[in-house]
Design a protein around this ligand. Structure first.
Ligand SMILES: *Cc1c(COP(=O)(O)O)cnc(C)c1O
Length: 448
């Protein structure tokens, strides 16, 4: 059931094929270098790219820009308490600001941090404190065809192996990322959260939930975890998050805003530490690097994120895209996650070896064919790992309609039909840090 109608619209258009080909060449076959006007349907990311509701726009106008004691902060505090069950909130400019504030307060040199899978910025912030990030995904996480309900889960077996190896005293923080963004946006069961909380308790570690997509996760729990079959989304969210000692949140995901984030905790001592660090890096703790109006819009967005109609509309749109692609014979990662559909470029462009970047070749072909911008998450983005060659089509929240989804499917099918003629790519220039080369590196097609 469709849950929205449009009140404000933005004009988009598909540039001519000749213009798309020229734009791609000028961008060095890296779609991060494309101007947004060159893109017809932009599925680069779901981060901060969604549409706000009329209630959120109204909240923007009413935002209180006071430096200290802003009324908009009170609204955020009340929303976090009501939706997530935490009473202490430290706002930040976005999710990575929250990571800096929290992990800077909890970690020091030589520590080891366990996570189902560290998201890029989490990994960087853990490493930035001199600590070592270790991933503990379940085995099926990187299997594009395993038909399991919770491929985002945290593997306790792997976690215990690390603790047995390094000693519990070196592991002060355990993180669970819901949904597991770096494992194709796969959900985490509440049962797994309970087990990880008990594990963290046993080794005397602080249990943090990276709650960026907590509402999408709750929707999967309602559909797939028998215990919660008749439970409302907002109850599931509060129960799952309630096992954590602290949360990090990016408002750009399930906060339904274009900027913002926060740390939340019930631990008063940790709250004090976070506030001090927030003053240093983010701003006074009632605005934390956000405009008061953005704080107000995020407070409204959090409440909307756990509305049944919103979250159903959201994950059903992603599922519909996945089903349409599958029915058309396009190989994808299954089951689909909460925020994106991942194309299996290794299978679709099986004539290309990893060193010819099949994922990036497919990203370029999707743009050339239909002006659709996705992102490569394979051998181009993650050199020297043996990840599957995936292309992510991330869906902005409340933004695109069924016609847009149909265009994406038609584009993918056209690419698949001509797949054998799609050339591989080679690097022409790359920045010094290999971890972030996919943002700026330039490539060119291999001559066949
Ligand atoms: C986006 C994201 C972050 C970082 O948030 P930003 O708002 O982009 O700084 C952290 N963790 C996860 C799981 C994310 O998806």
């Amino acid at each position: 059931m469709v849950a929205y109608k449009s009140k404000v619209v933005e004009r988009i258009h598909l540039p001519s094929r000749a213009r798309r080909e020229r734009a791609l060449e000028e961008a060095g076959y890296n779609v991060f270098n494309l101007a947004s006007e060159e893109v017809f349907i932009d599925l680069l990311t779901d981060s901060g790219t969604g549409a706000m509701s009329d209630a959120q726009w109204a909240a923007l106008v009413r935002g209180d820009e006071s430096y200290a004691g802003s009324r908009s902060f009170d609204e955020l505090e009340a929303a976090v308490e009501a939706v997530m069950g935490f009473s202490n909130v430290v706002p930040t400019h976005q999710g990575r600001g929250a990571e800096n504030v929290l992990y800077g307060s909890l970690l020091s040199d030589g520590d080891v941090v366990l996570n189902n899978t560290h998201f890029d910025t989490t990994r960087a912030h853990v490493a930035n404190q001199g600590a070592e990030p270790v991933d503990c995904p379940v085995e099926s996480a990187h299997d594009p065809t395993a038909d399991e309900p919770f491929k985002g889960n945290f593997s306790l077996e792997s976690a215990w192996a690390v603790v047995d190896d390094v000693g519990a005293e070196r592991v002060p923080v355990v993180i669970q990322t819901v949904t597991n963004n770096s494992a194709a946006g796969q959900p985490v069961s509440v049962e797994n959260t309970r087990d990880v909380a008990a594990f963290a308790d046993e080794i005397d570690a602080t249990f943090v939930i990276d709650a960026c997509r907590f509402a999408e996760n709750a929707a999967f729990v309602a559909r797939r975890e028998a215990e919660f079959a008749d439970t409302e989304i907002d109850h599931i969210a509060r129960e799952q998050l309630g096992y954590a000692d602290a949360l990090v949140m990016s408002g750009k995901k399930d906060g339904l805003v274009n900027a913002g984030g926060f740390v939340a905790t019930d631990d008063d001592a940790l709250f004090e530490q976070c506030k001090q660090r927030a003053i240093l890096y983010e701003g006074f703790p009632t605005y934390g690097g956000m405009a008061g109006r953005d704080v107000a819009a995020m407070a409204a967005g959090l409440r909307e994120a756990v509305e049944e109609a919103y979250v159903t509309d959201r994950i059903e749109q992603v599922r519909r895209l996945a089903t349409m692609l599958e029915d058309a014979g396009v190989p994808i990662y299954t089951p689909a996650g909460g925020h994106a559909v991942y194309l299996d470029a290794g299978t679709a462009l099986s004539h290309l070896p990893p060193e010819a970047f099949p994922g990036q070749a497919m990203v370029c072909a999707l743009y050339q064919e239909g002006g659709v911008r996705g992102v490569e998450l394979g051998s181009f983005a993650f050199p020297d790992t043996d990840r599957p060659e995936l292309v992510r089509l991330a869906i902005p929240r409340r933004t695109y309609h069924t016609e847009h989804v149909e265009h994406v499917v038609e584009t993918a099918v056209a690419v698949l039909e001509e797949s054998e003629s799609i050339p591989g790519l080679e690097l022409v220039s790359e920045p010094e840090m290999p971890e972030i080369r996919h943002f700026t590196a330039e490539l060119e097609p291999l001559s066949s």
